[in-house]
Design a binder for this molecule. Structure first.
Ligand code: ADP
Ligand code: ZN
Ligand code: ZN
Length: 818
């Protein structure tokens, strides 16, 4: 009987691939193990075993696998079901989900490296001609790539040759290819076995009298052992004895010391092992908790709607405790930018070593460790806190998922595929595990709130801030009026300046929000009106004053600030609009005494960039923090009493059906940073349009009013949550090809969906990185089957790609969140 496996390859192929395996392999393999497999002419991929069977494929002959990479499955059945759902729902392939779900260190690179096997005894006469050519090449060169081998032997398929060479011990495949992850090993030392008894030790010290350094090392080791039973690190011994690596090495070589290694995790919680007791909840929190538990009884997704600083985190903590007491795993999902040390240490204070963090800023090694800890259900991975990718970890027994800041747009992954929404995918995950799931926010998304109103989700709320602190007082300032009355200093109104002055005089801190980084978004020549554009994208370049550069925020292209206009040569360059850099600079001129910090993409690069600024602000080393939306999320500053919003208009005018909802959420969240302790905080919102409905709703803290109005608009224009939408993005470097392709596709869609199809239309930035873009939107009424709709779209896509001129056009789907 023949044996086969179907595997998932980490590439965008619709189908699973079948490989043949031997009987032994067949018996050894399990679903969820990785195998290295040849693919195409010379590629080798890491694939995941999805099915094991005995039916040969009928259209091609199954190749043999290369190597089995795991001893145990590293992915479980629940994950595979989850991936399947994501692929189907978000219209991508399961291979794309696989690639995105696993830490990259688990995935073999497609270019295999071939090395000479130094230990192999090669009998040259036994090598066939082609084998000898490769062998010879490796005498001159330490490493070859598959395509180089291919060139040497003048043959496309070189895997048989490589296999033969492997069998004859001529070559090795570079190990890193199979396992990029290297466990971190720490060196430890102990006394050699021959010297365990006291007499032997004495004799040893005697014999070392001529080597005082060595004898000191042995004595130190002896002392260390006496005080602590724990293993002794080489480095500890080195520093305690005041010796060097060379001395220790000499002792090891003599057999007096023995060296051994222990694998340790890179990420360790260094805090005390005694946990702080959970806080007792107040009556509002308790009521919310009761409601949540009630809803959980019916396994309902539940929304916790609690105003900023109402103490939602403490409610989550109670639920997490209950979950792990039942021996189950808990997952705490947050948008990337809200994953702060503040929150992490709060959880570690309560749960100590039971908390693992999974974060995109962690190295591949750290991620593999968390993966393995979850897989083997280590106590330290009972609670995982992380950004959206944390939901792909190999949980076997999830009891609770918290999706904090559930309204956040950054839960949606836009590129690359899978273009999934983490909140929605987490709901599906909770269903697979039959676990509880709680969505939390001070400003719930219209969808989630709608779902709670219709009874699909459960609902709980906390309407008061913890400690009965008042919601901040919000004041709108009319920039038109202020400008007319000449009461502006730079971008600051008199009102805002008065409040900043008073706050600083009180020794309190200020947060200023401007949703643009850089100095000014546009540089313009006042003589001819020309403004420098990015050569790769259809946008103006943003002026960054600090670096005296013009930068593109879409592709990163940058040039030195020109002295004169590129078009007419005159030196009358001026700026339009303003970003965080300019706010920071004006502030420094207005308040030379104050310490001003800035938090945006430009100042938070690097692993700890973000943390450093937050800590400095928390420690009150900074008086004012200027920032973009980065400073809205999950930050709990004790001493901030004033929040200023420099200009609310750019948010409101964004061309997107969610712009108003987003503005409400963003402004409410930023405002929520003010006055979190005793005193009532103050918020000043500057705008040219202070009578805008959304600004009124923000200042009255009127979520309900905002919701009703937005829902009404969505009903009028058939947008979610009353309708479903799919956006199709077309991308191509040739303008005409793109237009023809998008027209063809849209026309075919109209044949099926009639007037449910909008576009094609250019997005606001219609060219990015030299690729032209066009969008088509399909509106799908709630009654219409989503599965059938997607199948129709896929059929159209197949006919589309059958047309040769469209083959190089990229078609990208965004489902729900566009
Ligand atoms: P939210 O997440 O709703 O914005 P937090 O959970 O950050 O609010 O709580 C706001 C502040 O109130 C925090 O500093 C927190 O420590 C404090 N707090 C919340 N609940 C309690 C409680 N039951 N006892 C003591 N302090 C609490
Ligand atoms: Zn000019
Ligand atoms: Zn660009």
């Amino acid at each position: 009987m023949q044996h086969f496996i179907n595997v998932i390859l980490p590439i965008p192929l619709e189908k699973l691939f079948t490989y043949s395996v031997s009987k032994t392999e067949f018996e050894y393999l399990q679903i969820g193990m990785r195998v290295a497999v040849p693919f195409g002419k010379s590629k080798i991929y890491t694939a995941l075993v999805y099915e094991i069977h005995s039916t040969p494929p009928d259209v091609y002959e199954a190749k043999e696998i290369h190597k089995i990479l795991d001893e145990h499955p590293i992915v479980n059945q629940l994950q595979l079901q989850h991936w399947r759902w994501i692929a189907d729902y978000y219209m991508c392939t399961i291979g794309e989900v696989f690639r995105s779900a696993l830490p990259s260190a688990f995935l073999l690179e497609s270019e295999t490296l071939i090395l000479r096997n130094e230990r192999g005894e090669v009998a040259e006469k036994d090598l066939k001609d082609d084998e000898f050519l490769v062998f010879e090449a490796l005498q001159h060169q330490s490493m070859l790539k598959v395509h180089e081998v291919s060139a040497i032997v003048d043959r496309k398929n070189v895997l048989p040759i490589l296999n033969r060479l492997l069998a004859k011990n001529v070559i090795l495949l570079k190990d890193e290819i199979y396992e990029q992850y290297k466990p971190k090993l720490v060196r430890y030392v102990k006394l050699g076995v021959a010297y365990k008894s006291e007499e032997k030790l004495e004799a040893l010290l005697e014999s070392l009298t001529r080597a005082p350094k060595q004898s000191q090392v042995v004595l130190s080791l002896f002392q260390l052992q006496a005080t602590d039973k724990k293993p002794i690190k080489s480095t500890t011994l080195e520093s305690v004895s005041g010796s060097s690596k060379a001395v220790i090495k000499a002792l090891i070589d003599k057999g007096i010391l023995e060296e051994y290694r222990i694998q340790i995790d890179r990420v360790n919680y260094e805090g005390t092992s005694e946990n702080i007791d959970l806080k007792a909840l107040n009556k509002y929190q308790n009521k919310a908790l009761d409601n949540i538990r009630q809803n959980f009884k019916n396994k309902k997704v539940t929304l916790l709607h609690g105003v900023t600083s109402s103490g939602k985190t403490e409610v989550y903590v109670k639920l997490i405790e209950e979950c792990i007491n039942k021996g189950k795993q808990a997952l705490y999902l947050l948008p990337e930018i809200a994953l702060t040390t503040q929150l992490i240490s709060r959880l570690q204070d309560y749960f100590g070593k039971k908390v693992s963090v999974y974060h995109s800023k962690y190295s591949v090694h750290e991620r593999v460790e968390v993966w393995n800890n979850v897989l083997t259900r280590k106590p330290k991975a009972q609670i995982v806190i992380g950004a959206r990718s944390a939901m792909f970890l190999p949980y076997s027994k999830l009891g609770l998922i918290i999706v904090d800041e559930e309204h956040e747009g950054s839960f949606k992954q836009f590129d690359p595929a899978p273009r999934y929404h983490a909140r929605d995918a987490a709901i599906v995950l909770s269903n697979l595990h039959q676990s509880y799931i709680l969505l939390g926010s001070a400003t719930p998304s219209i969808e989630s709130y709608h779902n709670s109103k219709t009874g699909k989700y459960g609902y709980a709320s906390i309407e008061r801030r913890f400690g009965d602190v008042l919601m901040p007082e919000i004041e709108l300032v009319d920039l038109k009026e202020e400008t007319r009355k000449r009461r502006m200093k730079g971008h600051f109104s008199e009102r805002l300046l008065d409040e900043i002055t008073a706050t600083l005089e009180n020794g309190e801190q200020v947060i200023l929000f401007q949703n643009r980084r850089g100095f000014a978004p546009i540089v313009e020549c006042t003589t001819c009106g020309h403004s420098p554009q990015c050569p790769n994208c259809d946008v103006s370049l943003t002026y960054h004053q600090l670096k005296k550069q013009l930068r593109c925020h879409y592709c990163g292209h940058h040039i030195a600030l020109p002295e004169s206009c590129e078009a007419c040569g005159s030196q009358t360059l001026d700026t339009k609009g303003f970003g965080t850099e300019q706010v920071e600079q004006e502030l420094k001129t207005l308040y030379p005494e104050a310490n001003v910090g800035r938090m945006d993409l430009d100042t938070t690069r690097g692993k700890y960039g973000y943390e450093k600024i937050i800590t400095a602000f928390e420690q009150q080393e900074l008086d004012v923090l200027v920032g973009t939306q980065m400073l809205t999320k999950g930050l709990d500053f004790r001493n901030v009493n004033l929040v200023g919003i420099m200009n609310a208009d750019s948010l409101l005018n964004f061309p997107d059906y969610r712009a108003h909802e987003r503005s409400f959420q963003l402004l409410t969240q930023v405002a929520g940073r003010a006055g979190r302790t005793k005193k009532r905080g103050k918020v000043i919102i500057q705008s040219y349009n202070p009578y805008h409905q959304i600004l009124k709703q923000v200042s009255a803290n009127d979520y309900e009013g905002m919701f009703k109005e937005q829902l009404y608009e969505r009903e009028q224009f058939l947008y979610p949550p009353v309708n479903r939408i799919i956006k199709i993005i077309f991308k191509h470097k040739n303008y005409n090809t793109l237009n023809e392709a998008a027209d063809w596709f849209a026309k075919s869609l109209r044949n099926v969906f009639r007037n449910g199809v909008l576009g094609p239309e250019y997005p606001p930035v219609a060219r990015i990185r030299n690729q032209y873009l066009k969008n088509v939107i399909i509106k799908i009424p709630m009654g219409q089957s989503l599965g059938k709709t997607k199948n129709s779209i896929k059929r159209i896509e197949n006919s589309f790609y059958a047309i040769s001129q469209f083959r190089s056009v990229r078609v990208i789907y965004n489902v729900d969140h566009i």
